[in-house]
Design a protein around this ligand. Structure first.
Ligand SMILES: [Zn+2]
Length: 222
């Protein structure tokens, strides 16, 4: 009985410490940049090694819908990335999407990302209206996959990442909704591109990432 109490006490202490680390370690808070939508959240600029490690492990493994062999490790491009925006929908957001890709290229130079205007592209960003979302998924992935994905995840935007069993990404395709306002567009575009570059999962316990589906960010935070 006494041993059980000791074990329980240690466990609770460990839990409290862990929650404390997740909730309070990030620092260096600053307001969002000028290009963010009105009301976008502040960003934190400094994180502990433990936060970065935990965040990376949570985001780099798994996905909402996996088809075929499970990759043995993380998924990533093992070569430079050619990204192309395929405009569409009732609001022209091609230039805005290209600016977001250029921002990723500038701030994350290790991606080796360049914008191209013609195929072939490693990352395709397709801009569509919300009413065309389901039919676009069906056309791209077939009725069965589109139906399963929509039923399981109720997505607003989506990204498909095709990779080898070793985890090398062959091609990513993102669908971004353009006709539901700036907030939805910006949040989707930054979020889906993180998926396209290989961070396949979400983390609802991480308050800093734009891959937390409850958090609407709309700009590239630190
Ligand atoms: Zn997502």
């Amino acid at each position: 009985m006494r041993w059980q109490s000791v074990i329980l006490a240690v466990f609770i202490l460990a839990s409290v410490t862990l929650v404390g680390a997740v909730a309070f370690a990030a620092s260096g808070k600053r307001p969002p940049p000028a290009n963010a939508f009105p009301g976008a959240p502040d960003e934190y600029t400094r994180f502990t090694v433990a936060e970065l490690r935990r965040g990376f492990l949570a985001l780099a493994f798994g996905s909402d819908l996996r088809i075929g062999a499970r990759p043995r490790g993380i998924r990533r491009f093992d070569h430079s990335i050619r990204a192309r925006v395929i405009g569409g929908g009732s609001i022209d957001r091609t230039a805005a999407t290209e600016r977001i890709l250029e921002e990723y290229a500038r701030k994350v130079p290790e991606l080796n990302l360049t914008l191209v205007q013609a195929p072939p592209a490693d990352v395709e960003v397709r801009l569509i209206d919300e009413k065309d979302f389901r039919s676009a998924l069906r056309a791209a992935f077939g009725a069965q996959v589109a139906h399963t994905f929509i039923r399981r995840t109720d997505p607003q935007c989506m990204t498909s990442v095709k990779s080898t069993a070793e985890g090398n990404i062959l091609r990513s395709v993102s669908f971004i909704i353009v006709d539901k306002g700036n907030e939805v567009f910006l949040d989707c575009a930054y979020h889906e591109l993180l998926h396209a570059f290989g961070l396949s999962s979400h983390d609802q316990h991480n308050p800093w990432t734009k891959l937390n589906k409850r958090r609407v960010v709309g700009y590239l935070t630190v």
